[in-house]
Design a protein around this ligand. Structure first.
Ligand SMILES: [Zn+2]
Length: 531
């Protein structure tokens, strides 16, 4: 690796070989522990970089090739990091056990669901590398839900309730079942039809499940399973006046799959959904795998907040690089494999899992470091004129892990970063040493010293003086400060000059501007992924 950074040393390596051999044999004589501690003296982060392998736990008793998992987005919003992690987990297990992965859009709220979110959600899943075997929309199954509701009404397990909502919630608090539950079947069916055919106005009547008013579990207190909502649905139009609620549809749809990865904070719903399935005569309950949903700390993930920020144009859109939406994170330069690695490292736990955003950054940096090429960029450039400089072709390796290099013909003119301009010796990386003698203004003057590496001389990046592309790099800062106030200047623009080679890179390319950070190319500027 060292040789990659200093190709000029390669010529001298032959002379050094006996020395190196001697050193290696001495290191090998040390114990492993001692080797480690000696290594730390040289580079105190050396051992941090050692990668541990993390694997997600096995699912016990699962039948390979005979299992299924689900992705249940509600097309009311764009996906954020929390959704991404949960869907990747399902995708991981479905592939691992050769099962089916089913994408089902939970679109039974006509007021909130929109086609653009269906499209957006699918786009995000694809970007994350998730592939699914089947796809359907709950709103297409309304006839099935209606039949099952009628079945419950006829078996006396559901009833229509015409109580005002205030009275209903007071009764529930007092654990009193309202008199509506004692209605005759004909009256229940009459109400149901009036709901279905639009005779009743919204809020006049609901269908409730006859569950358990005495239960300690509040979701069992005769929950509403159908309500009137006459809003136009993005997919079904105005043909339906009555819409089912979450637990009812989840009970039915989850019976169609074998393994449900479920938020451990929502276990109270399992009792209700099992109860609904039992009343409907379904034999199969899915296997519940409980885990705590991942909370990412330091990122804006709240659906409503994101929507507001987008709608009042505080941010550029759902793909704004300051948001923790899937679109925002991917645009910023997070790699899909970073999320999967994060999952493996965080593991599956039932206790609340809070992941600092910094952890995600650390993993992504590591992933990027392995694959991106390095280029030179100088912020706030100053022209450096070097006297007595030889014309020379320098080879600059594309990254420390490859032999591939680009060749740059240099003379005595360079752009260097203003912050690197100090009187004294510097080394222009991969080129030669220069003694800077005059500074000030937009120009510095120096003198060629020699090519050999001199110890303790700062090594700086440069751009050829008669070339260079003006570049703006946009850096995202947190949108909100510690007190929750909006940070008005949360995008910083770094201006500088990059070498001409970056012109040819396609939009979306991710590279490293050495000693500056990982960046991603956009049409008119660059994005700072990590510094
Ligand atoms: Zn009632």
């Amino acid at each position: 690796k060292i040789l990659g950074e200093y190709p000029e040393m390669k010529t001298k390596i032959k002379d050094l070989m006996p020395e190196i051999k001697k050193a290696v044999s001495e290191v090998n004589k040390l114990s492993v522990k001692k080797q480690g501690s000696e290594l730390l003296k040289i580079d105190k982060h050396a051992l941090d970089k050692r990668e541990e392998r993390h694997e997600l736990p096995e699912i016990k008793g699962i039948k390979i090739g005979k299992c299924s998992f689900r992705l249940p987005p509600g097309p009311e919003k764009e996906l954020h990091i929390g959704h991404a992690l949960s869907y990747l987990l399902n995708n991981y297990y479905a592939k691992k056990y050769k099962g089916k992965l089913i994408l089902r859009f939970e679109d039974t709220n006509p007021e909130k669901c929109e086609q653009r979110f269906v499209n957006g959600n699918k786009e995000d899943l694809k970007s994350l590398g998730i592939t699914w075997d089947e796809e359907y929309y709950l709103s297409d199954n309304l006839a099935e839900y209606y039949n099952l509701c009628e079945k419950l009404l006829k078996s006396g397990d559901a009833y229509s309730c015409n109580c005002p909502s205030e009275k209903m919630s007071n009764n529930r608090k007092k654990r009193i079942r309202c008199p509506c539950a004692d209605k005759k079947l004909n009256n229940n069916l009459r109400d149901w039809n009036k709901m279905k055919y639009g005779t009743y106005h919204e809020g006049v009547c609901v269908i409730r499940l006859k569950a358990d008013m005495k239960s300690k579990n509040s979701v069992m207190w005769d929950p509403v399973i159908f309500r009137i909502n006459k809003a136009k649905h993005y997919r079904q139009g105005t043909q339906f006046n009555v819409w089912p609620l979450y637990d009812f549809t989840a009970a039915i749809e989850d019976a169609k799959i074998t393994h449900v990865l479920r938020d451990a904070n929502w276990t109270q719903r399992i009792e209700l959904q099992d109860f609904i399935r039992k009343k409907l005569g379904f034999r199969n309950n899915p296997v519940n795998i409980l885990y705590s949903r991942y909370q990412v700390e330091g990122g804006v993930t709240q659906g409503r907040t994101i929507r507001e920020l987008v709608e009042n144009k505080t941010v550029e859109g759902y793909d704004d690089i300051r948001l923790a939406t899937v679109k925002g994170l991917l645009r910023k330069g997070f790699l899909p494999e970073t999320f999967m690695e994060l999952l493996k490292e965080a593991g599956i736990t039932k206790s609340k899992t809070t992941i600092p955003l910094e952890k995600l950054n650390t993993i992504n940096r590591r992933m990027l470091d392995k694959k991106v090429n390095h280029y030179f960029f100088v912020e706030n450039p100053v022209l450096l004129l070097v006297a007595k400089a030889p014309e020379k072709i320098v080879k600059i390796p594309l990254n420390p892990y490859t032999n591939k290099a680009r060749e740059v013909k240099v003379n005595g003119k360079f752009h260097i970063s203003r912050s690197d301009v100090v009187k004294g010796l510097i080394r222009l990386k991969h080129a030669y040493n220069v003694k800077i003698m005059k500074t000030g203004g937009d120009e510095a003057i120096g003198e060629y010293v020699e090519e050999n590496i001199i110890k303790n001389v700062p090594i700086i990046q440069w751009v050829k003086g008669d070339e260079g592309v003006n570049v703006i790099v946009r850096e995202a800062l947190p949108l909100f400060d510690n007190k929750g106030n909006l940070n008005k200047e949360s995008i910083i623009e770094h201006r500088g000059m990059a070498e001409n080679a970056v012109l040819d890179l396609p939009i979306g390319s991710q590279i490293q501007f050495e000693r500056f950070g990982f960046v991603k190319k956009e049409a008119n500027s660059w994005i700072l992924t990590h510094n």
